[in-house]
Every structure is written in C-alpha cells, then in structure tokens.
Write a protein that binds this ligand. Structure first.
Ligand code: NDP
Length: 393
C-alpha cells in the first residue's frame, strides 16, 4: 500500500488531491498517514474519516479540542500547531503532497524530505525561499521532489528522456490573470473582487490575486530556475490567455516541446501522484478544433513590476527569495484586507527589497531553515511597517 500524506488538504490543491485519491481507491488503496488543514476543522475531519488517516493536524493551536471532538469515535489522532505539522511531515509516508499556502509550507515539506518521502511540491514558496537547501536535503536523503505547479509539471514532462544540457530556454505561460485587459490607469482602483475573477483557473484566493499581479509568475520564474538548475536568462514568460499550453521547453536545435491540457490542476497532481506511470485522469479532454486557435503576447513590464523584481532577486541570490516572498505575503494580506491598493503591492515589495538589501546576510546563502525563517520574519516586520504607512492607518 502506498503511504501518503496531504499537507493543506482542505485547500484548492488539497481538495483536488483528495478527489484523485478517492477516485483511485481511497482507503482501500492508500494508507493515509497525515492530513492537515489551516482552520477548516469540519472538512479536515471529514477527509480524515473517509481516508482513515492516522493523524489529522490543524495549524491553528486553538482548534485542537474541536478537532478532537470532530474525530471522536474514529482511530485518527488529532494534533495542532506548527510543530505538530513538522512532526506529521516526519512520519513515514512515502508520498507527500505539499500544498499549504505560503512560507508556512516550508518546514513540514522539509521534514518529509528528510525522512525520505517523495515530495509532490505545490508550495512554490519552498523553492523560492529555500531552493538550494531543499534540493540538498532531497539528495542527502535520496528523496525526490516532483513539481505540482502546472507550469513546472509541464516542463518536467517536456524534459522526459531529454538532457537538461540541451535545453536552451524554458517558456512559462501565464494567463495574465483577472486584470490583464484593464487599462493601466484603472489598475490602481482594482479591488479584491476584481482580482479574484480569474479567466481560466479555479484556485485558492491568495494565488488568484497573485495571478492578477503576476507575483505568482514571478515566484514561478524563481521556482523554475531553482528546480531545473537553469540560469535566470533561460527562463522566459509569455502571456497565453487561453491557459491551454501549460509551459514549454525550447531545445538547442530550435525544437519546442509543449504540454497542453485543459486548465485543471488534476493533470499535474495526477502526474505527480502516479509518476512514473500515467493513470486515467478525470480531466476534460481537449478538443483542438473547437478551440480553433491559441494566442500569445509578451508581458508588459510596466504593468507587472513583479517580473522585474523576480529578476533582481535571482541576480541577488542568497536570502533575497525569502525577503521577496515574505514581503509579497504581507502586501497580499494588506490588499485582501482592503488597506492598500492593487498597485501598492509591487511598490511595497520593491521597498522592502531595497531596505533589506542593506542587511549583511541578504546575499548570503542560508545554511539551514532557521536562516530562512529568520530572514522571513525580519522582512515581514519591515513590510508590515511600510504597509501601515502606505495605508495611512
Ligand atoms: P488554498 O488557500 O486553497 O489552501 C491552502 C491550504 O493551506 C489549506 O488547507 C489551508 O487550510 C492551509 N493553510 C493556510 N494557512 C496555513 C498555515 N499557516 N499553516 C498551515 N496550513 C495553512 O491554497 P491553494 O490550494 O490554492 O494553494 C496551495 C499551494 O499550492 C500554494 O503554495 C500555491 O501557490 C500552490 N499552487 C496552487 C495552485 C492552485 O491551482 N490552487 C496551482 C499551483 C500551485 P484551511 O483552508 O483549512 O484554512
């Protein structure tokens, strides 16, 4: 029996993972070691019962008693808090889905790699903040990281049987998000509800806003550089409004390999779950004749400062990825709360990067997770101060 864990089970990626696990036989086929959630106790308990999980962990420590009550009568243990998440990662699952949103996903995923599990990585923040550490840990424990971001899964699949040395460029596709066709002068006025109208993908709230600002793509550019070991200038971004081509790899002979599919995360999750096999997935099949055509356009740097900032972060290296991500998370919190405007997010992140660049460890590679977490906390404090000033609160 394959022993699995799902971190962030109650989220958008977590629900799609659960859907596939249930369709592929559920508790009859999988031994579920751990399922985790942030706040949604009722849903976590429901999943834990259906998959007969050994432990269910809720991130919010205040939720422990309610989780215990929700699991009463089952054999599933209840736990809560960040340390319990890390302990759950250290349990003996052989396949672990890392789908917590934000930097909070780093430590549990790291613990899973440490104990040798295959890490299906949706949490792109892990590679952005601690890419080298993660890859080193995977190597040291003989563990594997499988990408779950649809773009990186597409690239991974387009690389099968190929030599990475023959790769000339990686082309990440981007839908452009909810506001891609808004005139620039309206963007400053965009509200949360506007940014959530994603044209193609149904995702969690945070990544949907990040798609509109292209901070999501900015994280993915760094993620691609880290995961595939290419240089920053080998990673390109192209706007592809239909989201049918999930990404491409260009080889030195001029050939381009693309991965196509409907915008459904179960493509990438299913590939990582069944790898190296392919199983029948419940995704809508593409009808190319019905689609008719696919379109592309270059991203506009003035509209999407996040992409420029990602290039600066890659050039700076060291702990700058942790600063970038932390500042982005704080900016996003403040935008979601309605305290700062849509364009303020880019300005805030840029300001944090500028201020933190003066720190003597900014460009220094982290030697352990604690270094990353320390930089993350300091960047959050700086970002919080700037955000308060920006919002005039
Ligand atoms: P969601 O917001 O839908 O779900 C996030 C999950 O993490 C939920 O289970 C949530 O719990 C839990 N969670 C939230 N905060 C914490 C915390 N501090 N500690 C522990 N758990 C927490 O996010 P998505 O599923 O959209 O995204 C998850 C990850 O996958 C992100 O890194 C995202 O960038 C990446 N990703 C997502 C894609 C998508 O299509 N959604 C595509 C590609 C990558 P609860 O809901 O119970 O509060």
């Amino acid at each position: 029996m394959k022993a699995i864990s799902v971190f962030g089970a109650t989220g958008s990626i977590g629900e799609s993972t659960y859907d596939l696990l249930m369709r592929q036989g559920g508790a009859e086929v999988y031994r579920t070691v751990a399922l985790t959630g942030g706040k949604n106790i009722a849903r976590l308990a429901e999943m834990a019962r259906a998959l007969r999980a050994e432990v269910a962990v809720i991130a919010d420590p205040a939720g422990l008693e309610d989780l215990r009550a929700a699991l009463a009568g089952s054999d599933c243990e209840a736990a809560a808090g960040p340390q319990a998440l890390v302990e759950a990662g250290a349990r003996d699952a052989t396949w672990v889905m890392s789908a917590i949103v934000g930097a909070a996903g780093l430590a549990p995923g790291f613990a899973a790699l440490k104990q040798g599990a295959t890490l299906a990585l949706a949490n792109k923040e892990s590679l952005v903040t601690a890419g080298a550490l993660l890859l080193e840990q995977a190597k040291a424990s003989g563990a594997r990281i499988l990408p779950v971001d649809s773009e990186h899964s597409a690239i991974f699949q387009a690389l099968v049987g190929e030599d990475i040395a023959a790769v000339e460029r990686i082309i990440l596709t981007a839908s452009g998000g909810a506001l891609r066709d808004w005139p620039m002068e309206r963007l400053a006025k965009a509200k949360l509800a506007d940014a959530l109208q994603h044209p193609n993908w149904v995702m969690g709230q945070r990544i949907t806003v990040d798609s509109a600002s292209m901070f999501n793509k900015a994280l993915e550019v760094i993620e691609a550089k880290e995961y595939f070991g290419v240089t920053p200038d080998q990673v390109e971004v192209i706007i592809h409004p239909e989201s049918i081509i999930h990404s491409m790899v260009g080889y030195r002979d001029g050939a381009i390999m693309a991965h196509l599919g409907t915008p459904d995360m179960r493509h990438a999750i299913g590939y990582a779950l069944n790898w190296p096999e392919r199983e029948n997935l419940p995704v809508k099949r593409l009808d190319l004749a019905e689609l008719g055509r696919l379109t592309f356009r270059a991203p506009d740097d003035a509209r999407y400062p996040a992409l420029r900032l990602a290039r600066e972060v890659m050039a700076a290296g060291g702990r700058s990825g942790a600063v970038f991500n932390a500042a982005k998370e704080i900016a996003l919190d403040h935008f979601i709360a309605g305290w700062i405007g849509f364009l303020d997010m880019g300005a805030l992140v840029e300001e944090v990067l500028t201020r933190m660049a003066g720190a003597n460890d900014f460009g220094l590679p982290p030697s352990c997770l604690a270094d990353v977490q320390d930089m993350d906390q300091r960047a959050r404090a700086v970002a919080g101060d700037i955000a308060v000033k920006m919002s005039g609160r």
